[in-house]
Design a protein around this ligand. Structure first.
Ligand code: C2E
Ligand code: MG
Ligand code: MG
Length: 565
């Protein structure tokens, strides 16, 4: 060992003790110097290095070729040359070395050789690998986690797009996993998840991706499908395999799964939306009874969304005074005198203008909002009735009430209260409720009870669109109504259609026999007017007589002369 009391010895000691391999070769590759650290790690002695004609001769055959190549590259470039190389060490393992080679020059500029520096980065690289794995794989089951799923999904989508293929994003959630976890403990829960993961992987193809999102939620990407039916086969296999018995802590139990599926490109959306749609569909599968799959349907989702949007708009419109009642006059046909008006709902939509009931009433059918809207109609009609009364404008006022609203708990009580609060009236005489004949027949016992209760308050009742609902005479006598409104579809064509004429005629006779009032809807012209008058119809309503109009206009309204046809 050279003395460190001279400069060369000192440098030798520093180089020998450096935690990296250091060597120097001349332009022919003959070793000029190699430090102890490199010799100790590789098990190649300094003597072996120095004796070799070319250092590659003593290097393991597996790396010799790449050593020569990197030397050539280093000699050809001005900047340091970097590479990495696996090299067997004396500990019997291969180590990963990060090698830097630097070209050395004589004073005259000619090349003297190469200095090599080799840092052992095995541990660092293993650690990096480990971190990378942890960031991308689920620790319990070893399958990709949410992060890696994102990558895989993006790749699969790109490939499917390019190949004009088909793929399925499946969101799988176990049914009743929590009780198993609670009852058998988390250890058992984990075992179950591992086993389920194994089964899922087994049920799908090599190219498919199985990922765990956490808890008992998985996502499976089925790629390279030719037809949608192919995916159905995989889903059935998945469900079947998952529900097979599993041995856990001396018991055998079975668990099922619910799967929601978004098929691309049937559902042509981005990765995030597909995942959301699959998740949404999974909830549908759960709600439909679990242990099944449900395919997300883009068309019905669109419908549901616009339906939902419409409901929101109606609710908003109701809160912001966008609804209004129009009034259509009813006249006594013999005298053409105004005797009543029917309140008809209009929606002054900020963008779409004045909307008719057919554009929004169906959306609220049988919902809480239908009741809210109906209550608004009642309140608003009560206000109107009071105003008209104060102006000594006394006519019968009809409102349309849906059967669902009529049958809602407390309807009669609320009607009474509304009359007191809004109209400051205790007497509801002069108010008429129109209920569709078809709706009244649905639950005749309940409806007839409600009609009775309302009539005790003085409220009149009309069966609207009469003739469309096939009322039997027995029903008619049970329903304690005072008025029949002949549906406009019969009135419209009665002069050309013998059948319709007979229906109108029959209804008028029926009303007489039951001592009910009769109103004809859809009186569009003078000919119809005269014919109805001749048939003994007492009251008429229709475009020919008067259009529905804002409340303010009705007070000054006068019947105009009609065209004969
Ligand atoms: P409905 O109760 O039978 O009301 C008569 C409908 O016929 C009204 O339509 C009216 O504008 C229209 N009409 C009147 N005369 C004629 C005519 O000569 N020819 C033709 N072709 N049509 C005529 P609107 O206002 O569009 O209402 C449609 C339906 O919506 C109503 O039929 C009623 O069932 C329902 N509706 C209207 N307002 C309300 C309401 O406030 N609550 C409830 N639940 N339903 C309502
Ligand atoms: Mg009506
Ligand atoms: Mg009607």
């Amino acid at each position: 060992m050279p003395s460190i009391d001279n400069e060369r010895g000192l440098f030798q000691a520093i180089l020998d003790n450096a935690p990296i391999g250091i060597w120097m070769v001349d332009v022919r590759g003959k070793v000029q110097f190699v430090n102890r650290g490199f010799c100790d790690s590789t098990g190649i002695t300094e003597a072996q290095f120095l004796a070799a004609g070319h250092y590659a001769d003593v290097m393991p055959a597996s790396v010799a070729a790449s050593c020569l190549r990197s030397d050539r590259e280093c000699l050809a470039q001005d900047s340091p040359h970097l590479s990495s190389e696996w090299l067997p060490f004396v500990d019997g393992r291969e180590h990963l070395l990060e090698i830097t080679k630097v070209r050395l020059h004589h004073d005259d500029g000619s090349i003297r050789g190469i200095i090599g520096l080799a840092a052992d980065i095995t541990e660092r690289s293993e650690h990096e690998q480990q971190l990378k794995h942890m960031a991308h794989y689920d620790a319990l089951t070893g399958v990709p986690n949410r992060v890696l799923l994102g990558d895989r999904l993006a790749q699969a989508l790109a490939r499917t797009k390019r190949d004009r293929g088909l793929m399925a994003v499946c969101h799988l959630d176990l049914d009743g996993f929590k009780p198993v976890n609670d009852r058998f403990g988390h250890g058992a829960g984990d075992k179950l998840l591992v086993e389920i993961t194994r089964r899922i992987k087994e049920a799908v193809r090599e190219d498919d991706t199985v990922a765990r999102l956490g808890g008992d939620e998985f996502v499976v990407l089925l790629v390279g499908l030719q037809v949608p039916e192919e995916c159905v086969g995989s889903l059935q296999r998945l469900l079947e395999s998952i529900k097979q018995p599993i041995a856990l802590n001396d018991t055998v139990l079975s668990i099922s799964a619910s799967i929601g599926v978004a098929l691309y490109p049937d559902d042509e959306e981005d990765a995030e939306t597909l995942l959301r749609h699959a998740d949404q569909a999974m909830y549908v599968a759960k709600a439909a009874g679990k242990n099944r799959y449900h395919l997300f349907d883009p068309a019905s989702d669109q419908r549901a969304r616009s339906h939902h949007e419409l409901l929101l708009q109606i609710r908003h419109g109701l809160a912001h005074g966008e609804f209004e009642l129009y009034y259509q006059p009813k006249v006594e046909m013999r005298t053409r005198r105004l005797v009543g008006a029917e309140a008809l709902l209009r929606w002054n939509h900020p963008q779409r203008g004045c909307l008719l009931p057919e554009e929004f009433l169906r959306a609220v059918e049988n919902t809480e909002l239908e009741i809210e809207l109906g209550e608004w109609v009642i309140g608003s009609a009560m206000d109107q009735r009071r105003q008209w009364r104060e102006a000594a404008f006394e006519i019968e006022l009809s409102i349309n009430i849906s059967a669902y609203h009529l049958q809602s708990p407390g309807f009669v009580q609320r009607l009474k209260q509304s009359a007191l609060d809004r109209g400051r009236l205790t007497d509801l005489r002069g108010l008429q409720i129109e209920v569709l004949e078809t709706a009244a027949l649905d639950d005749i016992t309940r409806i007839s009870g409600l009609i009775k209760a309302c009539r005790e308050l003085g409220v009149g009742f009309a069966l609207d669109d009469f003739g469309t609902g096939y009322s039997s005479l027995t029903y008619l006598s049970k329903l304690d109504v005072d008025t029949l409104k002949i549906d406009q579809s019969f009135v419209r064509d009665m002069l050309d259609d013998k059948g319709d004429y007979a229906v109108v005629h029959g209804i008028i006779a029926l009303a007489r026999a039951f001592d009910m009032n009769i109103v004809a809807e859809g009186v569009e012209n003078e000919a119809l007017y005269q014919a109805l008058l001749d048939m003994g119809c007492e009251v008429g309503q229709g475009h020919g007589i008067g259009q529905p109009m804002p409340a303010g206009e009705l007070v000054n309204w006068r019947p105009r002369r009609m065209a004969r046809v």
